[in-house]
Design a protein around this ligand. Structure first.
Ligand code: FAD
Length: 298
């Protein structure tokens, strides 16, 4: 394979870069190549190259909803955190894909715009939030996004409306068209700074009280099964504290799996399988993962 650092001298690219340095779980083997594009043109150059050379392409935002296999990721991985501009015009906030959701909610607050408070503590990027339709405390990304700019695998750029993003529970059309979200525009309502701030502070306090934020994790591991709460099923199955290697079902929040001692992706996957099997046996409920398990699992 060509040396991508020579192919793209203007883009920072690392070879065999350990992804555990980037993921919230602190797990994951090396990316063959990890690129840090800073402009849309750089993203397009990389996408075109991958398309032409029939390589695989993996996109990372803040890597807060991922378990990357211990064997790492084939070919090219791009991380979008340097595409992170946030702009506010009237009641619209446009954030590039790599901007953090948290910073975007602060920009809305500082411009006295209400509607994004629910996302104050979601640690992902805007691209990851669109991809996953991230939500919390009764709010969902789909309720506030008016459109997103998406690059398709052949390098063309398209603007998708809220409808075209086809949001569902932890789903958007970007999961189906293999697109790369480049930015998203949120349409908000004028509000009162103090009220917006109070709501954000309250949600962050509730989060800190319930979630093991002092340990590496990927947030809620499982989707909410219809009619149940994953965390309650896991709690009722007596699984809190279950440990495999360095990965443990959190004793603070049953829906989280925390990395307590140099846990690997394989440890995480073992815990996930044990939880799924036990909950199925005890309650007959299938738990599907919300977290994305990607890469070489060896
Ligand atoms: C402590 C903690 C709390 C959390 N709380 C919540 C919560 O309350 N609500 C919630 O919904 N989630 C929560 N999460 C999960 C996570 O933050 C969200 O799913 C978030 O939206 C993921 O964004 P990310 O940038 O980290 O995505 P990543 O983990 O980097 O990627 C997730 C998926 O999105 C894809 N992706 C990322 N960026 C792009 C892009 N620009 N274009 C196309 N695809 C892309 C990736 O390929 C991958 O498949 C939590 C996680 C943690 C660690």
């Amino acid at each position: 394979m060509a040396n991508l650092m020579n192919e793209f001298p203007n883009i920072e690219i690392k070879q065999d870069e350990p992804l555990m340095n980037y993921t919230y779980t602190h797990t994951g083997g090396p990316a063959d190549w990890l690129a840090f594009p800073e402009t849309i043109d750089q993203v397009r150059e990389l996408v075109n190259y991958v398309h032409e050379h029939k390589m695989s392409l993996t996109v990372l935002g803040n890597a807060s909803n991922l378990i990357v296999g211990d064997g790492g990721i084939d070919d090219l991985t791009i991380i979008l955190t340097r595409l992170n501009k946030v702009e506010v015009h009237d009641n619209k906030v446009t954030a590039q894909a790599g901007a953090s959701y948290v910073e975007t909610t602060k920009a809305a607050r500082d411009n006295k715009l209400t509607g994004l408070e629910f996302a104050a503590g979601i640690p992902g990027s805007i691209g990851g939030a669109i991809f996953m339709n991230a939500g919390a405390y009764g709010g969902e990304t789909k309720n506030v996004v008016s459109e997103a700019t998406v690059m398709l695998p052949d390098g063309t750029i398209t603007h998708l409306s809220n409808e075209e993003l086809d949001f569902g529970y932890r789903h958007s059309s970007v999961q189906d068209n293999n697109g790369i979200v480049l930015d998203a525009t949120f349409t908000l309502e004028p509000g009162n700074y103090d009220e917006i701030k109070a709501k954000m502070d309250d949600l962050n306090e509730r989060r800190a009280a319930k979630q093991p934020l002092d340990l590496p994790s990927c947030g809620s591991v499982f989707k909410r099964p219809a009619g149940y709460y994953a965390g309650k099923l896991i709690h009722d199955a007596g699984l809190q504290g279950y440990t495999y290697g360095g990965a443990q079902v959190s004793t603070k929040h049953a829906g989280f799996i925390v990395n307590i001692d140099h846990g690997t992706a394989a440890d995480y996957v073992n815990v996930i399988h044990h939880v799924q099997k036990t909950v199925k046996e005890k309650f007959g409920v299938t738990l599907e993962t919300e977290v994305r398990i990607i890469g070489r699992q060896d």
